[in-house]
Design a protein around this ligand. Structure first.
Ligand SMILES: *[C@@H]1O[C@H](CO)[C@@H](O)[C@H](O)[C@H]1NC(C)=O
Ligand SMILES: *[C@@H]1O[C@H](CO)[C@@H](O)[C@H](O)[C@H]1NC(C)=O
Ligand SMILES: *[C@@H]1O[C@H](CO)[C@@H](O)[C@H](O)[C@H]1NC(C)=O
Ligand SMILES: *[C@@H]1O[C@H](CO)[C@@H](O)[C@H](O)[C@H]1NC(C)=O
Length: 184
């Protein structure tokens, strides 16, 4: 082999090794990100106002459903619901879930949610904002955590909704599993 050819081959080999190393480093940091920096589970309780139970209700229909389909298409519900650590309706709330959802599927129940978990306790102060489709037919639904304030400054992650109990229009409970992948 001519000396200049050997030099070139060595150079190519070096580039190859460096590329491999940076690909591995990228993969490692990618894997690290997949492990949440905060992970907790809370229960969401919703009592829908029926016209007379103002003392107990925490949510109300704000627009009526349309006549498109039979799945409440267009109905918008505004809520300020308690969030508890266990599934007991009477447990002390650790946060409020404030926001709204509307039904948006013609041939099945399906909602779109935008809500803020408001924490105002000695343990946690701040908010977590989440939004996304609640595909009610699925056993568990992933919504995006799009930001936060206070103890949850600039956070992002995934909120997994599971229906824990459903008692018709008057009460339902969701288990919300929150995984945060960015904590500051
Ligand atoms: C609303 O709910 C309350 C408590 O469950 C019940 O006592 C009341 O009769 C209900 N009102 C209507 C109009 O259904
Ligand atoms: C709401 O919509 C339903 C179904 O379209 C209808 O039966 C009901 O009368 C409406 N209620 C009001 C207050 O408009
Ligand atoms: C948070 O809690 C404090 C102390 O109980 C209270 O003074 C304050 O008004 C609360 N803030 C909100 C936004 O609820
Ligand atoms: C409030 O609603 C919850 C959930 O439906 C129910 O268990 C509870 O008995 C209600 N309380 C009153 C005072 O109506």
């Amino acid at each position: 082999m001519r000396p200049e050819l050997v030099g070139k081959s060595c150079f190519v080999l070096l580039i190859l090794i460096l590329t491999c190393q940076s690909v591995l480093a990228y993969k490692n940091s990618y894997l690290r990100q997949r492990k949440p920096c905060k992970h907790f589970e809370l229960y969401y309780h919703e009592v829908l106002f029926n016209g007379t139970d103002a003392a107990n209700a925490t949510s109300a229909k704000a627009t009526n459903q349309t006549t498109l389909g039979n799945f409440k298409f267009g109905m918008l519900v505004v809520f300020d619901n308690p969030m508890t650590e266990d599934n007991n309706f009477l447990s002390h709330p650790v946060a409020r879930a404030q926001g709204f959802y509307f039904y948006n599927k013609k041939d099945d129940y399906n909602a779109w949610y935008a809500l803020t978990l408001v924490f105002n306790s000695t343990q946690h102060k701040g908010t977590i904002n989440m939004m996304g489709a609640d595909l009610m037919a699925e056993e568990s639904r992933d919504l995006s955590v799009v930001g936060g304030t206070g103890d949850f400054f600039m956070t992002r992650g995934i909120a997994t909704f599971q229906t824990d109990t459903f008692e018709g229009a008057k009460y339902f409970r969701l288990k919300i599993d929150v995984k945060l992948y960015e904590c500051h």
